[in-house]
Structures are given as C-alpha cells and as structure tokens.
Design a protein around this ligand. Structure first.
Ligand SMILES: [Zn+2]
Length: 424
C-alpha cells in the first residue's frame, strides 16, 4: 500500500504535501491547468499560506459544470464511481482510482483509531454500502485494514440490526444518530434489553453532536438519556474524501493533516481567528483522480487550535452550524436551519420538515411542517420555538404520510429535513 505518512506530521511536512499536490494538479488536471493559466499563477512562487490564497476558490458549481475537466487520470484507470449526497442541488460525479481507494482505506483506518476502535472489536455498519455512497464503502475498507470484525447490515431494518447485535455482539455501530432513536424505540416495543447489549459506542455520521458552544447537542443528550453509549461525531464529504473524527474527549473533530489542508475563512476570504466561525475551504492531499484545490465546502464551522488533552497535536474543527447558502433571514434575525433542528430536538420532535420560500417582497418565508401525529399543538410549538430562537415561525400540520414522502424522497440516501424553495 502507498505510504500516506502520519497525522503527526509537522507543518513543514504538510506544506511539502501541499506543494506536491499543486504540482500534481498543474501537470495532470485540465481544470487547474486552465485556472493557473487564466490567473497567471506561477505555482513555484507559492511559498506560504498568504501566497496560497491567491489561488481562486473552487466552487461546487465548477465541479458540476466542468466535471470531467477535474479528472487527472485516464478514465480507464477509474475503479469506483460515486456521487455526492446532493444536499445542495444535483449530485456531482466523483471518481476514484486504485491509489484513491487506498487513500480512502487509510483515511477511515485513522478515523476509527481516533474513536478508539481496535482490531479486536466487532463493528456493525448500519449505513448503506452501495447506492453510489462513498462513506459506507470507506467504513468497510477502513475496518478491513484495521482487522476488526465487520457486520454489514446496511441502512434501516431495526429488526435485522437487533438480530445482528444479538448474534455477533458488536462493540461499535456505525450509524446516523437519529436512527439510534429508532433502534431504541424498536427495542422497547419488542422487549429487547438494549441497555445491556454488547454495544458500547457508535461512530456517528451526518448529524451534529455538538452545538456551536462545543457542548453536547440536544440530539446527543436525548440519545444518551435513553441509552448510555459513547457517541463519536464524524464529519466528511465525498469531495473531501477525508474524515474529521472526535476523540474520547468529544471537544471537536480532529483533522488528519497528512490528508487534508484546511482553511476557515470569513466573508472576505481571510482566515478567521481561533474560536470563530467561518466557511471551511479544503485542499484534500494525496488524491490522484480528482484533485481539488481550495474547494469551498459551504459548511460554516468553528476553528479550534491548540493541543487536545488526548495528546494528538492535530487541530480540530467544531460542529457544522449551518450551510452558507442555507442562511435564513427572518425579520432581521439570521439563523441556519440547524438552529431550528436543534430547538426541535430539544422538544423531542422529529416528525417535521422545514420549508423556505420567498414571500411576495423576496424576503425569506420559513414554514415548519409538522406531522398531525405530533402531540404538541402548533401554537405550543410556536411559543416554545419563539423562546429559544427569538423568532415567530409559521407552523402547518400535514398528514404523517405526506410528511414521510417529503422527508424521505425515494432517490435520497438520507432524510431531507430542510427544503429550500427560494429562488437564488
Ligand atoms: Zn483529542
């Protein structure tokens, strides 16, 4: 296997990897060749982080519009074809060759180590391994390298999940946090002694377990009240092909600096101070098939510098507090859909979606659509949310089946809670 160095590399060693990456993209990526030419950028003159910021940002739209121009290897070298999750617009094609699959394997191997998974453990993967999904495959590959036992149950099917837990005694699950609530519900209805099961920890995907003050989110608190297991947050995306993982101290997700160069930038494109929130811009390192430089993730999160008490020297990032494009402005108050989700989690309501539209004057109009089966009345919910968020939201009740159709569109790999119908 290719040597991807170690997450304990120095800043100079990381900078060497950045330089190698720029050279590789310059020589092999049609898209970046063009970018460097158009902007008269001499990559040999890039000596530090300030120089690096002269390179224009790559946006998701670039990947969509010029997809094949990003391919830096021969098409016949591609082994795995995946797509991004498509949370914002159409999914984008992504391709991996042998070296990229090795990198993905190594990445997830390091990520599992941060969460404390060892060769001796059994892990049940409750996310999909197919459906063009990179993460499910990455978990499997990482666990193979680690040498742990793997159970591939795939997504959904609480009955099969519990049957597998009872048969194979996994110590860890890989799961979407809100799915854990479904597992608990099922266990209660079927008299399964879930509190004394073999499961001790969960590697979580897709939902925030910390709030913006680095405290446990309402979702983590709610799960932990019902089931005392350790929850590890991870953050990743297809474009980054790199995971950021919480250690046992649960105070932010560790960066793997040998695999990714990160910038957290303010509105003007300057780095934010430690502890401030900005947009995460990434340069995934040691990628061959579709190298990216300064890719804007759209995710707003906090920069955390300084050593972690776990002994790792790598910097960390905080929870994603929202997507840049999803910011809502309601009567002068700015917030992200995640703020509404956090407040709904605190009310222990999960049967809802959030819809954003433009009103006749072009202002944001946000409607919270809740299932008729939710016990609290719309007025009660409206008042409780007003206390939490200082805004008055319009609330509509819809039937449970209509809600289900909106929340779980057939083609989606995960629930869609926020529906943005605003014109851009
Ligand atoms: Zn740590």
């Amino acid at each position: 296997m290719k040597d991807f160095l170690s997450p304990e590399i120095s800043q100079q060693e990381q900078w060497q990897l950045v330089k190698q990456h720029l050279n590789y993209a310059y020589q092999n990526s049609p898209f970046y060749k063009q970018i460097f030419k158009e902007n008269a950028i001499d990559i040999s003159a890039i000596k530090n982080e300030t120089d690096f910021r002269q390179i224009p940002i790559t946006a998701k739209e670039d990947l969509q519009l010029h997809n094949l121009d990003f391919l830096a290897v021969d098409y016949t070298e591609v082994i795995d074809h995946v797509t991004t999750s498509g949370t914002l617009g159409n999914p984008v094609n992504f391709m991996l060759n042998e070296a990229d699959l090795q990198r993905l394997t190594y990445n997830e191997y390091e990520s599992f180590k941060i969460a404390g998974v060892t060769k001796n453990d059994v892990v049940q993967i409750t996310t999909t391994l197919d459906r063009r999904f990179m993460a499910g495959m990455a978990y499997y590959l990482g666990l193979r390298k680690l040498g742990a036992g793997v159970i591939r149950t795939g997504s959904g099917l609480p009955g099969l999940q519990w049957d597998s837990i009872q048969r194979f005694k996994p110590k860890f699950l890989v799961a979407v946090p809100s799915f854990l609530l479904k597992l608990i519900d099922y266990a209660r209805q079927n008299n399964i002694d879930y509190k004394n099961s073999s499961v001790k920890g969960v590697i979580c995907i897709g939902e925030s377990l910390l709030n913006e003050n680095l405290e446990d989110s309402a979702l983590r608190k709610r799960i932990r009240e019902l089931w005392e297991i350790e929850l590890f947050s991870t953050y990743a995306s297809t474009e980054m092909a790199t995971a950021f993982t919480e250690c046992e101290l649960h105070k932010g997700n560790h960066i793997l600096p040998n695999l990714i160069y990160t910038e957290i930038l303010d509105e003007s494109g300057n780095p934010v101070e430690n502890g401030e929130v900005g947009e995460l811009v990434v340069t995934p390192l040691q990628v061959e098939s579709m190298p990216l430089i300064r890719y804007a993730t759209g995710d707003m999160l906090m920069k955390i510098e300084g050593n972690c008490n776990c002994g790792r020297s790598s910097a960390r990032i905080g929870a994603v507090i929202g997507r840049k494009k999803q910011m809502l402005k309601i009567k002068g108050t700015s917030l992200y859909p995640q703020h509404i989700q956090e407040a709904m989690n605190a009310l222990e309501i999960s049967d809802y979606i959030i819809e954003a539209k433009n009103d006749e004057f072009g202002n944001d109009l946000v409607i919270l659509k809740i299932s008729e089966e939710v016990k609290l009345s719309p007025l009660e919910i409206q008042l409780k949310l007003r206390d939490q968020l200082q805004i008055k939201l319009e609330i509509q009740q819809i039937s449970a089946s209509a809600l289900f159709q909106k929340k779980f569109p057939k083609e989606s790999r995960k629930p869609i809670i926020f529906h943005d119908l605003r014109s851009i």
